[in-house]
Design a protein around this ligand. Structure first.
Ligand code: DGY
Length: 324
């Protein structure tokens, strides 16, 4: 079995791959042309990929690989339809990063509401002269309304945390309200809202949708204008779900109060002016970045890859119909 690992994953995953077959790790990020050549070389069974490796139609055009095992739950870097047409399975790592990512959504919400970054800078700059009645006042989290956009695993885990902080939690989803029997212990504790209503009434909006054609720039100039001027936007999903240029304008003009972001439209680049805004908390895509989560993701990803290389159905395939 031959694995091309575009960027080394944590040791537990590398050990699984090395025990199963031959592993090659290039010493730099492959260009689209190089990735295409590797995929059609007949010298690679499975590519173990990062969300930064783009497998578009052109890269997959002549591909002979059996699978792409993404080291992520998201897989918007892969043109799944093209992969399926060529009988290439695409694997991902769902479930294992739910809590870690929900923690980061709450962290961004709290940090932005309570001006944590500004406060930290203030102390480090030696400006702290003692307690003052009106120093760095933020906004309340407890009692505020959180609007969740999307209601999958990570949104639900965020809902549980937010309820613990005394927030009112509402959600919107394209598929409509989730029947009470499928809400488990969240039944009766969260309410469905239509998109427009959720946007207009939330104090905090947290995004939990995959990046697709339908969610690209879901939060645009119009959405930002409809939000409360006191509202904060949190994004731990994918950057292009937000029109980042419009977001900078909205934050600059006071159309909304703040933003906590873990992902960016053109990461690692930031939209002009974003980094200069005090009312933002900016993280470098670390939603799943705990030692144990990344190690478990590596195991799940490697096990998916080994199964694909053996011609078996992996535990987590996003396009099982590609298997034959
Ligand atoms: C994912 O898994 O999709 C995250 O963005 C990185 O862990």
């Amino acid at each position: 079995m031959k694995f091309l690992v575009t960027t080394a994953i944590p040791a537990p995953g590398m050990h699984i791959l090395e025990a199963a077959g031959e592993v090659r790790v290039p010493d730099r990020q492959l260009s689209a042309g190089e990735l295409r050549r590797e995929c059609s070389s007949r010298d690679v069974d499975v590519v173990v990929a990062q969300l930064t490796d783009v497998f578009d139609r052109a890269v997959l055009e002549d591909a002979t690989i059996k699978g792409i095992s993404n080291y992520a739950v998201g897989y918007d870097n892969v043109d799944v339809a093209s992969a399926t047409r060529r009988g290439i399975l695409v694997g991902n790592t769902p479930g294992v990063l739910t809590d870690a990512t929900a923690d980061i959504a709450m962290l961004l919400l709290l940090a932005t509401a309570r001006r944590c970054v500004e406060a930290d800078r203030f102390v480090r700059a030696g400006k702290y002269q003692g307690w003052q009645p009106e120093l760095l006042l933020g906004s309340d989290v407890s009692g505020a309304t959180l609007g969740l956009v999307g209601f999958g695993r990570i949104a639900r885990a965020t809902a549980e945390r937010a309820l613990g902080f005394g927030m009112t939690v509402r959600y919107t989803a394209r598929s409509g309200p989730v029947p009470a029997e499928r809400l488990g212990h969240l039944a009766g504790r969260v309410q469905f809202a239509e998109w427009d209503d959720l946007v207009r009434t939330s104090d905090f909006i947290s995004l939990h949708v995959p990046l697709t054609d339908a969610t690209h720039h879901l939060v645009d100039e119009k959405t930002l204008r409809a939000m409360k001027p006191t509202a904060c936007l949190v994004n731990t999903s994918r950057g292009p779900v937000v029109d980042e240029k419009a977001l900078v304008e909205a934050l600059r003009s006071g159309e909304i109060a703040g933003a906590g972001l873990d992902v960016y439209e053109d990461e690692p680049a930031l939209a002009d002016g974003l980094a200069d805004l005090p009312n933002t908390t900016l993280l470098p895509h670390v939603g799943s970045a705990t030692c144990s989560v990344r190690a478990t993701m590596a195991e799940v990803c490697a096990n998916n890859a080994v199964a694909m290389a053996r011609g078996e159905m992996p535990a987590h395939a996003v396009n099982p119909e590609a298997w034959r």
